[in-house]
Design a protein around this ligand. Structure first.
Ligand SMILES: Nc1nc2c(ncn2[C@@H]2O[C@H](COP(=O)(O)OP(=O)(O)O)[C@@H](O)[C@H]2O)c(=O)[nH]1
Ligand SMILES: [Mg+2]
Ligand SMILES: [Zn+2]
Length: 314
């Protein structure tokens, strides 16, 4: 039988079969790990092959194979260790909730998030929440950012999770897909999830700072079916994505609008810094690219902001 992993405790896995039944499963034998050194062989979101066996105490599922992952998000199981923990796999999209105030979300935070999503190969959507609280300046700022990010290829939705405005749009995007929500603490994740599916209480945000320490090997993501045919992945303690290790010359490729121009740079290994005849610098000077994006890029490149290597706690 084939199925999808909804929950994992480390030794037991809850697998939903294609016919919609949930089974408690264990793993047996060696897995093809697809080249990932991971502390957990099977992650939430994995598509697996399993068999039901009965040794007298009722049927128990045995997972024998993991189908190839379309994508996956990881974190280091121990700091600086090569071993990684796969948080979840096969995500269709990730939503980043953004608020301009209460709390502020910086463009550098947004950009680091988008770079990570791209490195993971997961489509990202921006949700500008709490629109009802903004004055003229903030509304203009949201309009500017929406146009900027839409132009780069990231869908943007203006949202009021509290009043319900445009929640229907989010719901429509989520139908038949597996999604994850991210964003700083206080941006409205719980409110949105509650508006989408009243009664579903995810753990995403409510984890104390203290609790975050040292729980790297003990927390597991969990997947939930929503009533309107969507799946949501809840990742306790991480509001972002875990870590991606990137080489300096890769980072620019994860800024789609820079990547598009790269072929026009004089040097094919151009880092868009002080190189002559750099198409990205020219684009900036002609106001065809946003300086805020470039600043985020340089920050990441200089590693002056190391957050892209660490979990994003809100
Ligand atoms: N005015 C307004 N308040 C909101 C909106 N969405 C969430 N909030 C409020 O923002 C606060 C934090 O929301 P919460 O969902 O707990 O954020 P989380 O930490 O991301 O889960 C709560 O007081 C919510 O009622 C919104 O669209 N408009
Ligand atoms: Mg919350
Ligand atoms: Zn360049």
């Amino acid at each position: 039988m084939k199925g999808t992993v909804y929950k994992s405790t480390g030794s037991w896995y809850t697998v939903k079969s294609e016919s919609g039944d949930f089974h408690d499963c264990r793993i047996r034998g060696k897995f093809r790990t697809h080249g990932i050194k991971s502390t957990n062989p099977v992650a939430v979101g994995d598509r697996v092959v399993f068999q039901l066996e009965d040794h007298g105490d009722g049927p128990v599922g045995v997972i024998s194979e993991i189908l190839e992952r379309r994508n996956y998000i990881i974190r280091k199981s121990v700091k600086l260790s090569k071993q990684t923990h796969i948080i979840a796999s096969n995500l269709d999209q990730v939503f980043l909730l953004v608020t301009l105030v209460n709390p502020p979300t910086s463009t550098s935070f947004i950009d680091r998030f988008l770079v990570t999503a791209r490195a993971y190969d997961i489509p990202a959507i921006l949700l500008f929440n709490k629109m009802d609280t903004y004055g003229a300046d903030e509304l203009a700022e949201v309009a500017y950012l929406s146009e900027l990010y839409t132009g780069i290829g990231y869908p943007c939705i203006e949202l009021e999770a509290k009043t319900g405005r445009n929640v229907e749009e989010v719901r429509a995007l989520m139908k038949d897909r597996t999604s994850m929500f991210s964003g700083h603490s206080g941006v409205g994740k719980s409110t949105l999830i509650n508006a989408l599916e009243p009664g579903l209480d995810l753990r995403t945000a409510e984890i104390s700072k203290q609790h975050q320490q040292g729980q790297h090997t003990t927390t597991f993501a969990e997947m939930f079916d929503l009533s309107f045919g969507a799946r949501i992945i809840d990742t306790p303690g991480i509001k972002g994505f875990g870590v991606v290790d990137m080489e300096a010359d890769e980072i620019g490729d994860y800024f789609p609008e820079f990547f598009e121009l790269k072929a026009n740079c004089r040097f094919n290994n151009c880092l868009h810094l002080d190189e002559p005849q750099c198409a990205v610098k020219q684009g900036l000077e002609r106001d065809e690219l946003a300086w805020s994006r470039y600043r985020s890029y340089v920050q990441m490149l200089e590693g002056e902001d190391e957050s892209y290597r660490t979990d994003y706690y809100g």
